[in-house]
Design a protein. Structure first.
Length: 401
């Protein structure tokens, strides 16, 4: 962004006013030092690297997104917003962002408007060239990341060597993979939105190095690498940022889940982390009790169960008594009670708190479960058998969420 900064600074020196350039989503790209003629919204934009939502809505309502030339955005005294003049940053018919100047009280002179318009055009040329370079790098990055997380060890090892040779990953680094799944009615720009969010999240994760790609169907991959292994809290923080930003951009109707794979000590083993992240996603889509951001290490016994060939398991993998219970328990109340009781280590006090029932109701249900299954819940072996059977039934979709 050095060249873009030079464009902004040259204009600021020419007109003796602060200049800011945003991307099309109003994320701040660069700005010059501000003078006394500034408002709290510009300061907020600099601090948070994004224009405040109320300012964005006000500016968009003035037609800046479709404008070909400068647009004067009226001030709003009630929110202490000073008048601005916006110059769309375009090149080859594409919108790359907006150049902003807070207008002085007597307005911006015509010659300075022309200078700012030329600076916006120059900024468009800079961003267009950077877009071409970024597109080439993105294409190469997606190609190598796709191979790196493939299930073919030879392909993954070769991709790791190329990433090191091309200095896209630091040598001797540890990596972890996040896999994102988005379901949204906003399908038209879903892939590009996901791509942009993953790239921004990766850039913010410094000192970690990132690679990312977005695929069709709302599936995205973000790899984070560092000479020091990424911490669990750092990985979860990045995953939550990705989730929150996607929901903000796509709307509350969007369903976003993120699986976090374990840290591996060699990029050539990134496929292991990616596979575990995908398995974490699969479990959370079938089993209640997990959040929208789930790490492989959060899965407990499901880490073992997801390794089983579920579709090939014989019918008797689930105990006969449990099958009988599920077939007769149309509401699912007894199965839920049994699973909760077993999850809580057979602690009645914790179970009734989770189920929000009276202790007498719990004991009645446990008695009915014994009658229907023909099994004694006093036996530790029976409890283990039923507990694993319930978890398998969840993974196989035999129990409702």
């Amino acid at each position: 962004m050095d060249e873009l900064q030079r464009v902004a600074q040259a204009l600021a020196d020419r007109i003796s006013l602060a200049v800011a350039i945003d991307d099309p989503q109003m994320n701040l790209i660069c700005h010059t030092a501000h003078d006394d003629h500034i408002d709290r919204h510009r300061i907020s934009s600099i601090m948070k690297m994004r224009a405040p939502d109320e300012v964005v809505a006000h500016a968009v309502a003035q037609g800046i997104a479709t404008a070909e030339g400068p647009v004067r955005v009226a001030g709003r005294p009630e929110i202490e917003l000073l008048p601005r003049i916006c110059f769309p940053v375009r090149c080859q018919g594409l919108l790359f962002g907006y150049l902003w100047i807070i207008e002085p009280e007597d307005g911006l002179p015509a010659d300075e408007v022309r200078a700012a318009a030329k600076a916006a055009a120059d900024a468009g040329q800079v961003l267009f060239r950077e877009r071409l370079v970024d597109d080439l790098r993105d294409s190469r990055e997606r190609e190598l990341l796709r191979d790196l997380v493939s299930d073919d060890p030879a392909v993954g090892s070769a991709a790791a060597d190329l990433l090191a040779d091309e200095e896209m990953l630091p040598p001797a680094c540890s990596v972890a993979v996040l896999v994102v799944q988005v379901s949204s009615t906003e399908q038209e720009d879903l892939r590009s939105t996901l791509h942009a969010v993953l790239r921004r999240a990766g850039r913010r994760a410094t000192p970690l190095v990132s690679l990312s790609m977005a695929r069709a169907g709302g599936r995205g991959v973000l790899l984070l690498a560092g000479r020091r292994p990424p911490g669990a809290a750092d990985l979860r923080g990045v995953a939550e940022q990705v989730r929150d930003e996607l929901v903000k951009q796509l709307g509350d109707s969007a369903q976003v889940r993120v699986g976090i794979g374990p840290v591996v000590d060699d990029p050539a083993r990134a496929s292991v982390s990616a596979r575990r992240a995908r398995e974490a996603l699969d479990v959370t889509q079938k089993v209640t009790g997990f959040g929208t951001v789930t790490a492989w290490d959060d899965l407990g016994v499901y880490r073992l169960l997801v390794q089983l060939p579920l579709s090939d398991l014989p019918e008797d993998a689930i105990p006969d008594g449990l099958r009988t219970l599920m077939e007769s328990d149309h509401e699912g109340t007894l199965a839920e009670t049994l699973e909760t009781w077993l999850d809580e280590g057979c602690d009645s006090r914790h179970t009734v708190a989770r189920l929000q029932v009276h202790r007498t109701s719990l004991y009645y249900r446990l008695g009915r479960i014994e009658e229907i299954t023909g099994l004694s819940l006093k036996s530790g072996g029976v409890r283990l058998d039923l507990h694993l059977g319930l978890k398998l039934a969840r993974l196989q979709g035999l129990l409702g969420r």
